[in-house]
Design a protein around this ligand. Structure first.
Ligand code: TXA
Ligand code: MG
Length: 329
């Protein structure tokens, strides 16, 4: 059985020792649960890719307890410093040029000359990162392509024995992943993945952000971005106006068409932050509802709704044929 522990100081010290010895530890962040490994240890990072069945070309985010700890291997320009001052600790990941001689495993960055860094806001994550005192890679603690975990029991269901220890910090407050912003080119800043920090909040600091070109939307720069991802087991149907009797329904606000086998309202009051917090738990519960498919009503794309719609679009995207790829993609 996987060890799941309340994050008291003793459990955090044990988690830190496990990470330093190259083991994998899952921990809560304010966005989703992460699966941590020592970012400077090739064997630990390789074990992390194996545990998630993650394709080797999809790079990881390096987590730190404070921005200063990233200065030695990532190059922060003035835009990065302004974003850090406003949003760290918090749900923002910056893709920055990597400095020569960086101690980060080449596996973690998938051989790119950039590195993604983030200082999470969750007190348990920060306590753990301080105790380890090394950069920690932490992708969402799910099998690659599946729904991200927002509770400790989701991590156990996803990864089981591959994890040495799960720190149980209760449900995640934000519920969707960090916003990934690419600052690796001096002339432009762009959002690679919408998330917990909204476009409006970023544009208030950086000015207007570049929109992805059509070619980029089709061959995205954050590897693995547009393909099927965040996917429950059941097929997902978006923008549902009505439901079939054998469908599970994700409703929002007063938009709750009748007749579904099972219904989960993401936010009866129409609050997009509440909907984000409930999204992954709702997709997991829908999978267990006995329904044939999941229908989702339209969700407003403003604010954090952009991240919700992004995840739902990927959850509904055509799935790879997993039967011919037993290691997943
Ligand atoms: O909220 C989060 O960010 C969570 C928690 C655990 O911190 N972590 C997370 O990690 O979502 P992951 O591995 O599931 O997603 C990382 C994303 C991927 O889309 C990856 O392609 C992108 O960040 N990424 C990482 N390094 C990159 C780089 N150098 N250039 C472009 N994209 C990068
Ligand atoms: Mg993920």
């Amino acid at each position: 059985m996987v060890e799941v522990r309340r994050p008291d100081p003793e459990a955090i010290a044990r988690a830190a020792a496990l990470l330093r010895s190259g083991r994998l530890v899952a921990f809560p962040t304010e966005t989703v649960y992460g699966l941590g490994a020592d970012a400077t240890n090739d064997a630990a990072v390789a074990a992390l890719f194996r545990a998630k069945r993650r394709p080797a070309h999809n790079p990881l985010i390096v987590h730190l307890a404070e921005a200063a700890a990233a200065e030695s291997f990532a190059s922060f320009d003035e835009r990065a410093r302004r974003l850090v001052a406003r949003f760290w600790p918090g749900p923002l990941t910056l893709v920055l040029p990597q400095r020569p001689g960086s101690p980060i495993s080449r596996l973690a960055t998938a051989g790119l000359d950039t590195v993604a860094v983030r200082v999470p806001a969750h007190p348990v994550a920060l306590a753990l990162l301080r105790a380890v005192a090394r950069p920690i890679v932490a992708p969402s603690a799910n099998r690659s392509g599946r729904v991200s975990p927002t509770r400790a029991q989701d991590v156990v269901a996803e990864l089981g024995e591959a994890v040495a220890l799960v720190l149980d910090g209760g449900p995640c407050a934000i519920g969707v992943e960090s916003t990934v912003v690419d600052l690796s080119r001096p002339e432009e800043a762009r959002i690679l993945r919408p998330g917990g920090v909204t476009r409006d909040e970023l544009e208030a600091i950086l000015g207007p952000l570049a929109e992805p070109s059509r070619a980029e939307a089709e061959a995205p720069r954050a590897p693995g971005m547009l393909a099927s991802h965040y996917a429950p087991r059941l097929p997902v149907r978006l923008d549902a106006r009505s439901v079939e009797p054998d469908e599970a329904l994700l409703a929002f606000g007063t938009n709750e068409p009748p007749g579904a086998l099972w219904t989960f309202n993401l936010s009866p009051s129409g609050d997009l932050f509440e909907a984000a917090r409930n999204l992954y738990r709702a997709l997991r519960a829908a999978d267990e509802s006995g329904a044939r498919a999941i229908a989702v009503v339209p969700i407003p794309k403003e604010g954090i709704g952009e991240a919700i719609c992004d995840r739902l679009a990927r959850a509904a995207a055509p799935r790879p044929d997993r039967s011919s790829a037993p290691e997943g993609i």
